[in-house]
Design a protein around this ligand. Sequence first.
Ligand code: ADP
Length: 393
Amino acid sequence: MKILSVNAGSSSLKFTLFEMPEEKVIVSGTFEKIGLDSSIYTIKYNGEKIKKECILNTHKDAVNVLMKELINMNIIASYDEIEGIGHRVVQGADKYSKSVLIDEGVCKDIVEFTSLAPIHNPANLTGIESFKEVLSNVKQVAVFDTAFHQTMKESEYLYPLPIEWAKKYGVRKYGFHGSSHRYISEYMRDYLKSDSKIISCHIGNGASICAIENGKCKDTSMGFTPLAGLMMGTRCGDVDVSIVPYLCEKLDITATELVDKFNKESGLHAVTGVSSDLRDVESEYLKGNQRCILGLDMYSKKIVNYISMYNTLLDGADCIVFTAGVGENSPIVRALVCDKLKAIGVEIDKNLNEETFGRFGEISTNNSKIRVFVVPTDEEVMIARDTFELVGE
Ligand code: ADP
């Protein structure tokens, strides 16, 4: 059965077509700059990558081009061969603790939760509607970023604010990157052949850490929005909220404008003054750039803080897993983090750490009290798995 996994952004649409249940990737690609003067799309198929420019006014145009390309490339003979489409939806609030088949009610909820995810939910819905217009008979599934974190207890998800604000306004911790943390949890369960206590560190441009026990999220570092928690590429993570009115006055800007700066002009990018891309920061760090040394010190300490906290919450973790762009590919960040975790008995093997990137590997020594792994995440396959399960029912 062919299942399409989709991640629609405000001007982009990423897709992966899977053969299920084999989980074989048939073709994948990205449409970018949708709605702008000139759009680009790339398609990866059979080890080759094609890149084309065209004009795509809407996401529906992108879906039409995608379907025509699939036919032209002889990947499918007719549109009916696609039997299910799974969409990443960022915010499912406290209503969705798992993926669901999309109907009108689900679409209405995605709209309703827009106030909680003003950039992402409308874009995700545009993706759903565009596919519905082009492939009207195909079942679609919503896979929520927040769903995995719905197992957090009140004591973890509530903020110490008037309790009615959580009920009336939905002000609470939701957590994000749920599909990635769930992938890690399932991967480790298969690998270790048992459930365990995992600290899953999804460190990419956006970054979050999740404490997982027996396949369930106990706590996570992102909060009401993906701005909370760790220091990230361009996001500041946790800061004292009293900074907001103070800086709004000093900079003569609104709170919304300031939060936009917290999202887009802070984090590694701001502290290093070099880049939000860790590769650039690392190359300057290795040359002794003081701001990059400071930036990576802060960046790794925030990760250490959350790992230490979650080790206590889990009453002793069995393993720490590094994943996503940085977690999978940066021995430097992993070493900076793990070297600060000696107090809780973490010890990594320098050589194993340095030779593990972009692939699975265990990087801790036999003496380490907590095993440390690198696991490439796969959010697309999680979307395909849920879609296959729900469409097949
Ligand atoms: P997101 O999905 O949040 O955009 P990714 O998980 O794709 O982020 O991670 C992107 C980040 O991963 C890049 O900003 C870069 O800093 C980092 N990264 C990717 N490859 C490497 C590498 N080889 N070495 C160090 N960092 C890397």
